[in-house]
Design a protein around this ligand. Structure first.
Ligand code: 5GP
Length: 188
């Protein structure tokens, strides 16, 4: 059995993290992706316990205060956090644990668990990023603007990550991510 590693994947909203992580799960059988808690409302099609654990603000803050989150952060007005217990359980079971989280949370993880591997997903350009965010059609203009502002802040942290992948060609980005996860898992 391969040892469990922790991979943290960040990048601006619209950089394609979700698609990349879904493809990674198909290609790496022992990969497991953490389900986060959030105070954001569900988008159409999102399911409780699958997309996120949807909590109200008080429940979220209570869980955080009880030390139940590995990390948590506020992002465009909502709280997001990683439940600690399931990450510990899956790492102990030898899985390659994947967190798809924003930059402040990623840096908290690096501080608590320096052995974590941080991967930053870059969009090909800011124009392309905005086009993808608008194309999603689920976000208001105001939210798109806030997500673009946040993207600039996130991009300014990319050098704090262990590797950076540009998601220009999806197939190539998937191959690079899969290779990184497998190489890291074999090295231990
Ligand atoms: P969205 O609202 O689009 O689902 O997510 C917004 C941002 O929150 C994304 O960058 C996503 O990666 C991040 N995020 C999702 N779950 C977590 C989490 O548990 N912790 C942190 N810090 N960020 C998260």
């Amino acid at each position: 059995m391969r040892t469990g590693n922790l991979f943290v994947i960040s990048g601006p909203s619209g950089a394609g993290k979700g698609t990349l992580v879904a493809r990674l799960l198909e290609e790496v059988p022992d990969a497991w992706v953490s389900v986060s808690a959030t105070t954001r409302l569900p988008r159409p099609g999102e399911k409780e316990g699958v997309s996120y654990f949807f909590l109200d603000k008080q429940e979220f803050l209570d869980q955080a205060a009880q030390g139940m989150m590995l990390e948590y952060a506020e992002y465009v007005g909502n709280c997001y956090g990683t439940p600690l217990a399931s990450v510990q359980r899956e790492m102990a079971a030898g899985r390659q644990v994947i967190l798809e989280i924003e930059v402040q949370g990623a840096l908290q993880v690096k501080e608590k668990m320096p052995e974590a591997h941080l991967v930053f997903i870059e969009p090909p350009s800011l124009e392309e990023l905005e086009r993808r965010l608008r194309g999603r059609g689920t976000e208001t203009d105001d939210v798109v603007r806030k997500r673009m502002d946040t993207a600039l802040v996130e991009l300014s942290h990319k050098m704090e990550y262990d590797i950076r992948l540009v998601n220009d060609n999806l197939g190539e980005a998937v191959a690079q991510l899969v290779a990184y996860v497998n190489e890291t898992a074999e090295q231990k």
